[in-house]
Each structure stands twice: as structure tokens, then as C-alpha cells.
Design a protein around this ligand. Structure first.
Ligand SMILES: [Zn+2]
Length: 355
């Protein structure tokens, strides 16, 4: 009798406990944070320090590659310029592959989203793929519209466009080889045209592609009140934005903007993460990182910017540089440039551990 009552008791405990365990596992993952570290009033000053620190480090990062151009000692020839660009391209590539794409996978396959359709179809890959195709479409169509507009007549034959293109590139190469002093005016004079416009569009689109990730990491920090995780996160985000800034700076560098435009683009990039933090603080009562709406919106945005970043880094930055006349001319410079790509991509990959 005693044994059966013990068994009954055990079974009843079992049946009372199991639903509680299940219930506490599922929602707790999706509910807001809890623990000893949660302290809203202590977290706020940390966030304000973070805003200032991230703003400064972002500006330093984005301005570093731009400085290489104006300091004559740093660029005795144009090789340094190419290496800086390759380093930047490596950072952009790693941002896409190592930061934005995995983030999107995490969000869109989160346990806080319903099983159907989010766990039966890899939405991240799908959206990233569509975004890469879309970027290619915009890229090719904009280029053909531009060359048509700037052609000699109403209709431009493909051959004549090709000739014009190679003439521009030949000049560029000649300018680059024609002595170390061939900077500024000479280079500038021949550099206009389709290629420069392309670099400018690439720089702007890249800035947009990076912004999503920058705002999101700021947002999640601003919405968090966990003082234990905020402290190391501030340092990580400072490095993160500095590195990413160097990537973007390298692309702004090759776009050869005027000083004001450069400053606007650098400023715009620098304020994104601090803006995210401010937004996170403002919305900290309503914004829930793990709510289905937030997960789906940010996940889809991340997936589309991943496709864009990966396409642009591979096609518009790396391939166009490595297949271009400058790098095709010398294996030695190619090897140095690959080292720069690996250094940039490696550094940015390492930062993926934290943010
Ligand atoms: Zn990141």
C-alpha cells in the first residue's frame, strides 16, 4: 500500500513538474532578461559612456583609410592605396559572411518563432540569395543605363562601350605606373566616367548594407539592462565599429568624393550604432529582442543586407581589383593584397565572437 502511494505521489509530482519545466523552458528563452545583473539605473550611465566611446572609435576607424591618401609619407606610390582597399574589402566580406548572415540564421530559426513556416524553410539563405541577385540586377542595369546616357549617340554599340571602358582603364593604369608623383590632378583627370561612378554607388550602397547591422547591435545593447554584459560589450562594439569603419573608409577612399561628401558619409556611419543605442534606451520598455515581430523584421533585413554585402565584396571590390590591370600586372602586389584581404577578413571574423 505504502509503495503504491509513493508511486502515485511520484507520478503526480512527475505530472505537475513536467509541464512546469516545459513551460519554464519555452517562454523564459523568449521573455525578457532576469538575474542579479539587471539594474536599470546602473546600466544607463554605462550606455551613455558607450554612445560617446562608439561615436569616437567609429570616426577614427572610418577616417584612418582616408588619411592614407592625404599623408604623402604613407603613399609613396599607389600600391599602399591598393592594399588599403583590399584590407577594406576583406572587412566587408567578413561582415557579410561572419556577422550579418549568421545573425539572420539565428533570428529566423529562433525557438521563439512558430514551427511553421520558420523551421521548415531556410528563409535566411533564400532572402540572401534573392538580395544578391537583386544587387546584380541593379548593378548591371544601372551600368547599362549610364553608359547609354553618356555614349556618343542614342544607341551605343557594345564594342564602343568596351573600347571606352578599356581606354579609361588604360589611362588609369598608365597614370598609376607613370611615376610615384602621378597623384591628384593627373589621376583625377582620367579617372572620371563609368568606373568612378561605380565606385561611388558601391560606397553608398555598402554604407546602407552595413547600417542595418550597426543599428541592430546598438539597439540590442540599448535595450539591455544587464550591467554584467554591457561592460565587455562596450569594448567589443568600439572595436567592431572601428574595424567596420575602416572597411567602409576604404570604399569611400576609392570613390574619391569631395571633402564634404566624405565627411557626411563618415558622420552618417559613425552615428548609426550610437543612434541604435539611443533607440534601444527609448524603446527599452516596449522593444523585445525575442518577440516574433522583432525577430522576423530584423532577420529578414539582416539576410538581405548579407546578400548585398557578400555580392558587393566579392564582385565590386575584390574581383574588380584583383582582375583589374593594376594587380594583374604584378604577382608580388597580388600576394601583398591577399595578405591584406586575409588580415581584414580575419580581424572582422574574430570580432564576431563578441558582436
Ligand atoms: Zn557584428
Amino acid at each position: 500500500m505504502a509503495a503504491s502511494s509513493t508511486l502515485l505521489r511520484l507520478i503526480s509530482i512527475f505530472f505537475i513538474l513536467i509541464p512546469q519545466v516545459v513551460l519554464s523552458v519555452a517562454p523564459e528563452k523568449c521573455s525578457s532578461e532576469s538575474g542579479d545583473c539587471i539594474n536599470k539605473s546602473k546600466a544607463l550611465p554605462l550606455k551613455i559612456i558607450a554612445i560617446a566611446a562608439i561615436l569616437v572609435t567609429s570616426m577614427v576607424g572610418v577616417c584612418l583609410p582616408l588619411v592614407t591618401r592625404s599623408v604623402p609619407a604613407l603613399s609613396p606610390d599607389r600600391n599602399v592605396f591598393v592594399i588599403v582597399k583590399c584590407f577594406a574589402a576583406g572587412i566587408i566580406l567578413a561582415t557579410g559572411f561572419m556577422h550579418v548572415l549568421p545573425d539572420s540564421f539565428d533570428m529566423l530559426t529562433s525557438g521563439c518563432l512558430p514551427e511553421k513556416p520558420w523551421h521548415v524553410f531556410p528563409f535566411t539563405g533564400f532572402v540572401a540569395m534573392l538580395s544578391a541577385i537583386g544587387t546584380l540586377m541593379v548593378d548591371s542595369m544601372a551600368t547599362s543605363v549610364y553608359s547609354r546616357k553618356n555614349g556618343t549617340g542614342g544607341v551605343v554599340l557594345p564594342e564602343s562601350t568596351e573600347v571606352a571602358q578599356s581606354a579609361v582603364e588604360g589611362d588609369r593604369d598608365g597614370g598609376a605606373r607613370g611615376g610615384g608623383g602621378a597623384s591628384g590632378g593627373h589621376f583625377h583627370g582620367h579617372h572620371h566616367g563609368a568606373q568612378l561612378l561605380r565606385y561611388r554607388v558601391v560606397a553608398m550602397v555598402l554604407e546602407l548594407g552595413i547600417i542595418v547591422h550597426s543599428v541592430v547591435i546598438g539597439l540590442s545593447m540599448g535595450a539591455s539592462n544587464n550591467t554584467c554584459t554591457i561592460k565587455p560589450l562596450v569594448a567589443a562594439l568600439c572595436f567592431h565599429q572601428m574595424f567596420e569603419g575602416m572597411g567602409l573608409g576604404g570604399c569611400i577612399l576609392q570613390a574619391e568624393y569631395k571633402l564634404l561628401k566624405k565627411a557626411v558619409m563618415a558622420f552618417f556611419f559613425s552615428v548609426t550604432t550610437p543612434f541604435g543605442v539611443v533607440l534601444g534606451i527609448a524603446l527599452s520598455n516596449t522593444y523585445k529582442e525575442n518577440s516574433p515581430t522583432a525577430l522576423i523584421t530584423v532577420g529578414i533585413l539582416n539576410a538581405s543586407s548579407a546578400g548585398l554585402l557578400i555580392y558587393m565584396a566579392l564582385v565590386d571590390l575584390l574581383s574588380s581589383d584583383f582582375m583589374g590591370p593594376k594587380l594583374q600586372g604584378t604577382i608580388k602586389l597580388q600576394i601583398k593584397s591577399y595578405a591584406a584581404v586575409l588580415l581584414g577578413a580575419g580581424g572582422m571574423s574574430l570580432l564576431a565572437v563578441w558582436a
